[in-house]
Design a protein around this ligand. Structure first.
Ligand code: VTB
Ligand code: MG
Ligand code: MG
Length: 362
């Protein structure tokens, strides 16, 4: 028998961050997406990013919380706003919040007017989001069916170091499919050439994306999205944001920090340069060269309990409609937002000032 008070129960079990900030978080990603949408297709990815960052920051600073950016636009010296460690919010109230942001994920996609760019953000209680550097993470992302399958078959688990074929076979079994019926999303980069070949040789189908492997990661936890797995090395911030959504949706991510120079096969000198440049900062975060190789699972990336996530599409998404601009600043935006209670919302928000000028339509 379904519980007749499902919504009431969920309302009760939402933590203070979900209860107080999730409705606001939707506005934060919506505002950033609208700002970016005005720059869509103009060919200037830096400016598109800049307006999204500024808008997201203004919105965040209106929220009653003591927020800290845990993973964001980069280090303080290179990112003037929403850098790792920046404090945001009014400081009013007792909500201490860790934040992961990517105000415009897929800047190239937005600048080129191509599908896949979003404004995205996650929050959790203090200590609830991985505090890490802005480098790469190699990763595997799968949905809740795989987690259930692993529980039923404890010796068959997704493993970041296992052969690609082995992981694909587990995902296929978990989904009741053949490997040939799987779709794996991976960034189209020379660093993934070997992996792409291995996925294809195992028989699975590959969907290459020029940018933006965050939302495909979320899509692995949504049946009907047509995406079953995400693999490959991308931004560490993007991986943490994926982890926040995937944790709420019951899926799983395995990740490992990797220096871009290593992932992209640069020369020994270049690698050494990057080690010298970045390791002191990483060590301050408790990440030594050996620890760099640790496998980070969903819990390590997002240990928080009161986790919330919101993502608004700028250009058409894998399962979201693009931001549409009407006359005079009016806009319509499509967002997926969710909280640890299990409340997931797809919101189609319409902001119109002059109802006679811009009547509502379905
Ligand atoms: C990754 C990916 C992102 O940038 O961070 C990628 O997760 C960075 O990789 O979705 P490169 O340095 O090879 O471009 C995105 O594609 C866009 O932020
Ligand atoms: Mg960004
Ligand atoms: Mg990004």
């Amino acid at each position: 028998m379904p519980h007749p008070k499902t919504v009431e129960k969920m309302f009760e079990c939402a933590g203070p961050i979900e209860y107080k900030l999730l409705p606001r978080l939707i506005h934060v990603t919506e505002a950033a997406a609208i700002a970016a949408a005005y720059q869509m297709g103009r060919g200037d990815k830096h400016f598109a990013d800049q307006v999204a960052v500024a808008s997201m920051r203004r919105m965040l600073n209106k929220l009653d919380m003591q927020g800290i950016i845990k993973i964001g636009e980069g280090e303080r010296d290179e990112a003037p706003m929403l850098y790792i460690g920046e404090e945001v919010g009014t400081g009013v109230g007792d909500l201490e919040v860790d934040i992961a942001v990517d105000p415009l994920e897929g800047t190239n996609l937005c600048a080129d007017g191509c599908p896949g760019s979003v404004a995205v953000m996650a929050m959790a209680e203090r200590g609830g989001i991985f505090h890490g550097p802005d480098i790469y993470m190699d990763k595997i992302v799968v949905g809740p069916d795989v987690v259930r399958y692993e529980k039923e078959h404890p010796d068959e688990r997704i493993d970041l170091d296992a052969p690609v074929r082995q992981n694909l076979e587990i995902v296929a079994k978990a989904l009741g499919r053949n490997v040939e019926e799987l779709v794996v999303v991976i960034l189209d980069r020379p660093r993934h050439a070997q992996k792409i070949t291995e996925i294809r040789e195992a028989g699975a189908r590959v969907r290459l994306v020029t940018d933006g492997d965050l939302m495909p990661g979320v899509a692995t936890a949504i049946r009907g999205s047509g995406i079953h797995m995400v693999m490959g090395a991308g931004g560490s911030g993007e991986a943490v944001l994926t982890a926040a959504a995937i944790k709420i949706l019951g899926g799983k991510i395995l990740a490992r920090l990797v220096l871009p120079s290593v992932a992209n096969g640069k020369s020994k000198e270049k690698i050494q340069e990057e080690i010298e440049e970045k390791m002191p900062r990483l060590e301050k975060m408790g990440i030594t060269l050996e620890k760099l190789n640790d496998v980070l699972d969903t819990e390590r990336l997002v240990p928080g309990k009161d986790v919330i996530f919101s993502s608004t599409a700028v250009t058409p998404g894998h399962f979201l409609r693009e931001t549409r601009l009407f006359g005079g600043g009016d806009a319509r935006v499509h967002t997926i937002s969710m909280g640890a209670s299990g409340a997931v919302r797809f919101t189609d928000s319409i902001y119109i000032k002059d109802k006679q000028e811009t009547p509502l339509y379905l």
